[in-house]
Ligand binder design. Structure first.
Ligand code: NAP
Length: 308
């Protein structure tokens, strides 16, 4: 089904466009959004509009196509357009940092934000991917993230960095961060060491290094882009998972990935990124409204959207 997408210029107008929106026959102005480029694929509107409806909030959440050179203007136009805030997706999560008036220290260390809230006219930036991941691990495996020895694959990317920082904040006893470009993993380890006084071991995403580190961790997280396309190989070599491993693949396509198939074959417990997507969304909702999010409503809506 083609998804409704607004343009960045629409935010700069007089808000007329948004008054034309209806939800269940009731006029509901757009007051929340996701900015991205591209953005048509985003499932966040389905998840958040279900939550807004459930909580009887007379507003709605829309997709807005924002190019890199439009980001600052679109963020500045949120307040005059009457918005409460926005989510950010690729390619804006890192670039938006410089336009915030306030950023939480954790988000700064994660190097990216995915949620913006307007507070007395000021732009406040948050990263809910990291805490969303911790909640997803707890929900999927019934354990606290901080008790686990972890290997993060793709720690040099945006999601991998947020997850690595979250593992350090949670106090995971052992953290390996593997990346195809080793220098990015090394730089991240140095930053975490400097800011959190926590030691992280950077490794190359190579079969030998992965084999060694896999044998001394409980949880393996895929935060590489591998798995987003059906034909993608697994980031892990075959034959190194055991039934004692927990495997979290941040890919949330709904189907299996080469990594989750390896986990299945090894009888490891595994989960896909849908739970992280739900929890990062629920945390954004809680920032905007300062009340608990209707988690199960959001889950049902997202599962349905992913199946479409
Ligand atoms: P990103 O910033 O572009 O990072 C991509 C990462 O994947 C980098 O570490 C990159 O390594 C690595 N990579 C890319 N191609 C590779 C390959 N062929 N072999 C090995 N490593 C490769 O992307 P991102 O936004 O962090 O997204 C990464 C994954 O996280 C995606 O699968 C995305 O769906 C998922 N994600 C999930 C959620 C959720 O809520 N579930 C939220 C955000 C992201 P180099 O540094 O060497 O390039």
């Amino acid at each position: 089904m083609p998804q409704l997408v607004y343009a960045a210029e629409d935010l700069a107008g007089n808000g007329l466009l948004f008054r034309d929106l209806f939800l269940d026959g009731n006029p509901c102005p757009a007051r929340l959004a996701v900015f991205g480029d591209p953005v048509a694929h985003s499932k966040s509107p389905q998840m958040h509009n279900a939550a807004l409806k459930k909580q009887r909030k007379p507003l709605q959440y829309v997709r807005i196509q924002v190019a890199a050179d439009q980001l600052e203007g679109a963020l500045r136009n949120l307040e005059p357009a009457g918005f409460l805030g926005t989510n950010l997706t690729i390619p804006h999560k890192q670039a938006a940092l410089e336009f915030m008036d306030e950023i939480t220290p954790e988000s700064r260390l994660m190097g990216a934000i995915n949620t913006v809230a307007l507070c007395e006219g000021k732009l406040h930036g948050y990263n809910t991917d990291g805490p969303g991941f911790a909640a997803a691990v707890n929900e999927s495996f019934g354990v606290e993230l901080g008790t686990l020895r972890v290997l993060i694959l793709g720690g040099g990317g945006g999601a991998g960095r947020a997850i690595t920082v979250q593992c350090a904040l949670a106090g995971c006893p052992t953290i390996f961060v593997a990346n195809r470009t080793l220098e990015k993993a090394q730089l991240l380890s140095e930053e975490i060491e400097e800011n959190l006084e926590k030691s992280i071991t950077p490794i190359r995403l190579s079969p030998a290094a992965l084999e060694n580190s896999t044998s001394c961790v409980d949880l393996i997280v895929n935060a590489t882009s591998l798995g987003m396309k059906e034909a993608d190989p697994s980031p892990l070599p075959d034959g190194i998972l055991s039934k004692d491993h927990l495997v979290y693949d941040t890919v949330y396509s709904g189907g299996t990935t080469a990594l989750t198939r390896q986990a299945q074959a090894a009888s490891s417990k595994y989960a896909n990124g849908l739970s992280m997507l739900i929890h990062q969304g629920a945390l954004a909702y809680e920032i905007w409204f300062n009340e608990p999010a209707p988690l199960e409503t959001m889950r049902t809506a997202l599962e349905e959207a992913v199946r479409e």
